[in-house]
Design a protein. Structure first.
Length: 733
């Protein structure tokens, strides 16, 4: 039996270890063929045998793993849940920051030569140990409970993540301070050492990092909703020689529909009668409308230009080209592997080692001191505190904050830290052509003028049309005066051009084929136009009173900075390619002009996503740069989808990185910034662990008091933050 797909929303995942645990739990279940869990979109795509397992059981498996799950919600429902979660996290951070601020002041009492100053004594008087205990307890067990919960789930799943480190480090500081508090209650003459602020500030800082990370990934893509908005809602269907307006969902294969000029084609169909031209740029990405006549296929949601036609429905609504694109985007987003956080991988090794060292240290000191519990416990706690993961927890978010901030200043918007990591590994960049590498609109590049009235008549004719080609010709002829031209009986020849009477002369204006069918064109002029067409140019020709009068050659030209962008990518060791729905000769000419390495022409949307997937199977890390709806599947499939800010909303929402404006030099800068940020993160991990690795042996031999360990931990955090801020000074070329 063919596997059925069930999409689930999964809530409560906080790191890559969480999504991996859910994925493993689902894949182990009998009847599940494959499960893909996406941390960023908080979703799971499960392929299962309905005879062996039911959707309700899949949800129970996720819940047993320690997370909440539900059948796929609507966009509105999921947005409401995510917004509610985010607001709750914001409230908890604000409360934690307010409660931790008084505790922060108590740190001065741990500094030698300062703890007997008037300021330190004033702090001790106002913020008594009891107040410290109350404040720290609220932070530790109310605000910080999520770390205990996450640590429990991680350990139950036989792994150790950041939550284990946070719970371990904060608990050691808190419970040591609690023991000191009780000891002083029993004997007021004892000088107690409190480190409540260590655990409280640690939780607050890590909450801030997680909040910033959550904010970066909480805005899940809106591409599916955007694509759905493009679909027509109603269609005019012909039944018993009468026109009926019906919802598109009610159309059946074989129904005959009527599409008038200016309307959207409601569904995929084949033309029965009539001639027109259709704007298919949403699918092909090409700006030139496509001529349609009887027998030609038309695509749902494309725009009919200048002629009405009747067509027979050939596909159901869920089988149309646009529906296929929606499905491709949805599946590509669903199977994206979540980033494996380096901090979690380190913690998986680091936590067990620290625990063993702490236990061994405690045992050795108990033996060496003849069973002196207080001193042995203090040394063991010092080991745990110096190993506390404050800097490790800050290493990634601080660098990501700094890197994304630098990117925003430069016009590069990353949608989350995971996209920074993937982009740094990119070795191949594929560009869409139209609207990305090129201007995205036709421009007259050549002209043949064989008649004294050619330019005046062309301007007068094109002034009567809203066609994109007409606008390009008029822009070229903007200084030509056609006021003295008397125009009569001008009408469109759908899919071909225009005819009319100008100053008493019969004039035809349109495609090369349209004019060549009605008049003889001398060989010299014909040879020139053939060369234009071989170079991929669109031809607009004219005849006056049956005589060839002239022609325009139009082309979509490369952006002025495109060549520089390609050159810079190649300097970074990145291979470049172009993928376009246009004919091969046009794409090859553009590639040769810009110095692009590989050419993929006549590519439909699914071809582009298949191309990306094929390169990924060969081991390449692929970025796709695009701006159109037709680029959405490829943007979603790519390791990094880079969307142009001036492009469609769908392309922007589907991409992982958005470039504000349309400077293609931002593409190599994106990769450069990503690589710099990842280097910074690795440096941060070094400094985060350097203090721990250096301090643990010092603490183990009893030369490091807990308060010094806390100070060293703070020092590692300062080092990490200072290093991350260096990204602000990175010069992007």
């Amino acid at each position: 039996m063919e596997a059925k797909r069930q999409d689930l929303n999964v809530f409560g995942m906080t790191c890559a270890a969480c999504s991996t645990r859910v994925e493993k739990s689902l894949n182990k279940a009998v009847g599940v063929e494959k499960a893909n869990v996406n941390l960023v979109t908080e979703s799971a795509a499960v392929y299962y045998d309905p005879e062996q397992i039911a959707p309700e059981q899949l949800i129970e498996i996720v819940k047993h793993a320690g997370y909440d799950a539900a059948e796929k919600m609507s966009k509105e429902e999921k947005d409401a849940v995510l917004e509610k979660q985010f607001k709750r996290e914001v409230r908890r951070f604000i409360l934690s920051a307010i409660l931790a601020l008084p505790l922060l002041l108590t740190m001065v009492t741990h500094i030698p030569y300062l703890h007997h100053t008037a300021f330190a004594m004033g702090v001790d008087a106002v913020i008594s140990p009891t107040i410290q205990l109350i404040l720290a307890t609220v932070i530790q067990f109310y605000i910080g409970w999520r770390f205990y919960d996450g640590a429990y789930k991680s350990l139950r799943g036989k792994s150790a993540n950041m939550d284990v480190l946070v719970a371990l480090g904060t608990s050691s500081a808190y419970f040591y301070s609690l023991a000191e508090y009780v000891r002083q209650l029993v004997n007021p003459n004892v000088e107690a050492h409190y480190y409540f602020e260590t655990s409280a500030i640690l939780i607050t800082l890590i909450l801030l990092g997680k909040l910033l990370e959550s904010y970066a990934t909480s805005k899940t893509t809106q591409s599916i909703a955007g694509l759905l908005k493009l679909q027509s809602k109603e269609a005019v269907v012909l039944r018993e020689n009468q026109e009926w307006k019906v919802p598109v969902d009610e159309l059946a294969i074989g129904d005959v529909i009527l599409v008038r000029p200016g309307e959207k084609v409601p569904i995929d169909a084949v033309v029965l009668s009539g001639e027109t031209s259709v704007d298919e740029s949403m699918i092909s990405g090409e700006p030139v409308p496509v001529e349609k006549k009887a027998g030609d296929a038309v695509i749902g949601s494309t725009v009919n230009f200048d002629g009405g036609f009747q067509a027979r429905v050939t596909k159901r609504m869920d089988e149309t080209v646009l529906s296929t694109i929606i499905q491709l985007v949805e599946e590509a987003q669903g199977v994206k592997a979540p980033i494996q956080r380096l901090a979690d991988r380190i913690s998986g090794i680091f936590v067990p080692i620290v625990l063993v060292i702490a236990v061994v240290t405690f045992a050795i000191w108990m033996i060496a001191t003849g069973g002196v519990l207080d001193q042995s416990l203090q040394v063991a706690i010092a080991v745990l505190v110096i190993a506390c993961p404050c800097a490790l927890g800050l290493a990634t978010p601080t660098a990501i904050m700094s890197g994304t901030g630098k990117g925003a200043e430069s016009g590069i918007l990353f949608k989350g830290g995971e996209h920074l990591e993937r982009t740094a590994k990119v070795d191949t960049v594929i560009f869409d052509k139209t609207g990305t590498l090129t201007e995205g609109k036709l421009r007259v590049t050549n002209m043949l003028d064989n008649h004294v009235d050619f330019k005046r008549f062309a301007g007068a004719m094109e002034a009567q049309s809203e066609h994109p080609i007409a606008k390009a010709v008029l822009a070229y002829l903007e200084n030509v005066d056609e006021n003295e031209v008397r125009a009569e009986k001008i009408r469109a020849k759908a899919g071909h051009g225009m005819v009319g009477v100008l100053n008493g002369a019969k004039v035809s204006l349109g495609s090369y084929r349209f004019i060549a069918q009605s008049v003889a064109i001398e060989k010299e002029a014909d040879d020139v136009m053939q060369q234009w067409m071989q170079a991929g140019q669109t031809i607009v020709a004219m005849s006056i009173d049956g005589v060839f009068a002239g022609a325009f050659g139009l082309l979509d030209t490369p952006r002025k900075e495109a060549k520089e962008a390609i050159s810079r990518l190649q300097e970074l060791g990145v291979k470049t390619a172009i993928a376009s729905g246009d004919q091969r000769v046009v794409v090859e000419n553009i590639a040769a002009e810009l110095g692009i390495d590989d050419v993929y022409a006549e590519q439909l949307p699914n071809d582009k996503s298949d191309l990306v997937a094929g390169l990924q199977k060969q081991g390449h890390v692929v970025a796709f740069v695009g701006d159109g709806i037709n680029d959405a599947p490829a943007l979603a499939t790519a390791d990094t989808g880079i969307s142009i800010g001036t492009g469609t909303d769908i392309a922007i929402e589907t991409g992982d990185v958005t470039l504000v404006g349309h400077q293609l030099t931002l593409v190599p800068q994106t990769i450069q910034l990503s690589r710099a940020t990842m280097r910074n993160i690795r440096q941060n991990f070094f400094w985060a662990l350097a203090y721990n690795c250096a301090g643990i042996p010092i603490a183990a031999i009893g030369l490091l008091a807990p308060w010094v360990a806390g100070l060293a931990m703070a020092g590692s955090s300062v080092s990490v933050v200072a290093n991350a801020l260096r990204l602000k000074r990175v010069k992007l070329k």
